[in-house]
Design a binder for this molecule. Structure first.
Ligand SMILES: CC(C)(COP(=O)(O)OP(=O)(O)OC[C@H]1O[C@@H](n2cnc3c(N)ncnc32)[C@H](O)[C@@H]1OP(=O)(O)O)[C@@H](O)C(=O)NCCC(=O)NCCS
Length: 156
């Protein structure tokens, strides 16, 4: 059943809840640190959106831009495990895509672990295609693998 909260820009005031969601999604050695998330949220050339119900943040997405580039990257997309399967991830991705379109982005790129089936399925459903297999892409093992797929979607 669809359980829709509001999607809005994330701000510094969301940082604590973003870290909580990040830590619930990933074991400690895989999760972004506070410092990394703060950088992505407040200093990087990025757009960050959060899905929120009654001030409770249930998911977020971070898009990274490069100067004068028409390709942008999904840096991370995380939904609180308590709220998986409610359409939050796909709605966050749609919100990010709308913003990227406004920024004149033509292509979205991301890397995803080859064993992260929920994420791969979500990206496929959203129209992404796998364009490369990247052996040992990640520095740290997760369930015995460091490999990634690169996925791409053209924005029209
Ligand atoms: C991947 C993730 C963001 C999905 O978020 P979500 O809100 O649960 O996903 P949604 O409910 O929006 O699902 C959208 C689509 O994704 C696919 N999907 C999501 N979870 C799935 C699962 N467990 N198994 C198979 N397909 C799945 C389905 O196609 C689904 O569409 P459908 O429900 O119509 O079949 C979430 O599982 C998550 O936060 N995982 C941990 C963090 C992570 O790995 N992020 C990705 C980093 S690249």
């Amino acid at each position: 059943m669809l359980d829709a909260g509001a999607i809005r820009r994330a701000t510094y005031r969301d940082l604590d809840q973003m870290i909580e969601v990040e830590q619930r999604c990933f074991t400690s050695y895989l999760a972004y640190s506070r410092r990394q998330l703060q950088y992505l949220l407040t200093e990087a050339n990025s757009d960050c959106f959060a899905e929120v119900v009654h001030d409770s943040l249930r998911g977020f997405i971070i898009v990274l831009y490069r100067e004068n580039a028409t390709v942008a990257g999904i840096e991370t997309l995380n939904v609180d495990p308590l709220h998986h399967g409610k359409g939050i991830g796909i709605r966050l991705l749609q919100a990010a895509e709308e913003e990227m379109f406004i920024h004149d982005i033509k292509r979205i790129r991301l890397e995803v672990r080859i064993n992260n089936l929920p994420a791969i399925k979500l990206y496929q459903r959203a129209g992404f295609e796998t364009v490369a297999f990247l052996p040992n892409y990640y520095l740290v093992d997760c369930n015995g693998s460091r490999d990634a797929f690169r996925m791409v979607k053209k924005l029209t």
